[in-house]
Design a protein around this ligand. Structure first.
Ligand SMILES: [Zn+2]
Length: 472
């Protein structure tokens, strides 16, 4: 039943009216413009007026600096934040890093997972991230025993994002095996991995269904459902179909780790006589709602299969550098038809500007040539395309009708002082850090104001406490 539809009732439903006056704002099709009046009702932008006269909206909130659409972190494992620094000590590989990650995974329970994820997402908010894609595989209790609510862990990260004030797409990951044996048989999950498993694809889908997404795929006011195939190592092709079918039925994003390591490619070739991209293609997992994460070591026709399907390619360059994965073919994938997105993945750092410039800088190092991506292309990966890959096509651009998610980067820091008016986007993409983010708005609501999180008092202290609680 709906209530009375009088003007007062409609205004209440639409939410408060807000106005911001951005010193500079990056607008689709227009580039960076000065004196931009941005108006919103509730969580939606209603008007955008570049070159607004000074007296036009005297009550508007001033946003000094460059205002961008909210940033999308398209690939996150929140709990990996607890490993920052620890895994930098000594030598090692991706595989030794993974052992440390498993030790931490074994310690998390719903309450400690919520406490940690909440402050990791607050760190993301302070870095200008207004939407996170949480690639979630820590499903069950120790030994793989389901909690009373089998989705308790997934609901914990949704609550965490809500309390930190940011959007989330819960990319619920199917994770069934611990790898592929040299003869291609799946290795059963063992030890800490037992928590990741649902048994088979159908059981995964039944649990994902019980999350209770509505007809638009929503799990809450700021939360959306999504699906993930952990990787070809963790999900045999015959089990992928249940995940793909569930994602298609709900019209939600489908993500998968792909070819992060050459060892994965070798095991996949031994098992299936195909590359990971060919396995996903054969299974029907690629397409415009799909995202392949990393895509570092592609071979043969992989680039054509991924780009031709219009799948997104998510690059996580700080993690890929940290884990000595390699440099993926970003330009080749983009030229083949993939839209690029960016992720903080292992949380080695949480800084989408750093991820964005490293896509271009990696290409430069690999090719010994400059100029593969423009600052605007990298900013699009960080905003509109990142959101689209997470199922939020109406976020990531400052236009009427879009979600009112804004990030303002101060230009008075030592890093950005002197930025020229014609190259300010280049200055921000190639020199800004997360510390330069001054104001963040999510759905018309202030989440960060003057560099301070508005919902969580002291984010560094809260991060320290949450990390100590799971490590000590
Ligand atoms: Zn990952």
């Amino acid at each position: 039943m709906t209530g009375p539809a009088g003007p007062a009732r409609l205004a209440e439903r639409a939410g408060p009216v807000r106005r911001w006056r951005a010193e500079l704002a990056w607008l689709p099709g227009l580039g960076v413009r000065p004196d931009v009046l941005i108006e919103a009702t509730g969580d939606r932008v209603t008007a955008v007026t570049p070159g607004a006269a000074p007296g036009h909206a005297p009550g508007a909130t001033r946003l000094p600096g460059l205002t961008l659409p909210g940033l999308a972190n398209a690939h996150s494992h929140a709990f990996h934040r607890g490993l920052r620094g620890i895994t930098q000590a000594g030598e090692g590989t991706f595989w030794t890093w993974r052992e440390r990650m498993y030790e931490l995974a074994a310690r998390l329970e719903p309450a400690s997972y919520l406490a940690l994820a909440r402050v990791v997402y607050a760190e993301m908010a302070l870095a200008g991230i207004t939407c996170v894609g949480e690639f979630h595989y820590l499903h069950h209790g120790l030994g793989g025993t389901p909690y009373a609510d089998p989705n308790e862990m997934g609901k914990a990260v949704i609550t965490a994002a809500s309390e930190a004030g940011i959007r989330i797409t819960l990319l619920d990951a199917c994770y069934l095996s611990g790898g592929l044996a040299p003869d291609g048989t799946p290795v059963p999950l063992a030890g800490p991995q037992l928590r990741f498993g649902d048994g088979d694809g159908d059981a995964w889908a039944a649990r994902a269904e019980a999350l209770g997404a509505d007809s638009r795929g929503m799990l809450g006011p700021l939360a959306r459902a999504g699906a993930a195939i952990h990787s070809v190592r963790a999900v045999p092709p015959a089990q992928m179909h249940a995940v793909i079918a569930w994602a298609q039925r709900h019209g939600v994003p489908l993500h998968a780790h792909l070819s992060e390591q050459t060892a994965e490619n070798l095991a996949c070739q031994a098992a299936y006589r195909a590359t990971p991209a060919e396995v996903l293609h054969e299974a029907g997992a690629l397409g415009p709602r799909a995202t392949v994460v990393h895509a570092t070591h592609l071979a043969g026709r992989d680039t054509v299969l991924i780009g031709g399907s219009r799948a997104f390619a998510c690059f996580c360059p700080t993690t890929e550098a940290d884990l000595a994965d390699g440099i993926g073919p970003a330009r080749a994938l983009a030229s083949a038809g993939s839209r690029l997105t960016l992720g903080s993945d292992s949380q080695a750092v949480i800084d989408i500007f750093e991820e964005a410039r490293r896509v271009e800088l990696g290409e430069r190092l690999a090719s010994q040539r400059r100029g593969h991506f423009t600052a605007a292309e990298l900013a699009t990966a960080a905003t509109a395309d990142g959101h689209a890959s997470l199922g939020w096509p109406d976020a990531g651009a400052i236009v009427p009708g879009a979600l009112a998610d804004l990030v303002t980067v101060a230009l008075d820091s030592p890093r950005l002082a002197g930025a020229g008016p014609d190259t300010v986007l280049e200055s921000v993409i190639f020199a800004a850090t997360a510390a330069d983010v001054r104001n963040v708005v999510v759905g018309g609501r202030d989440v960060v104001r003057d560099g301070r999180h508005q919902l969580i008092e002291d984010v560094p202290a809260a991060l320290s406490a949450a990390i100590r609680a799971v490590l000590d």
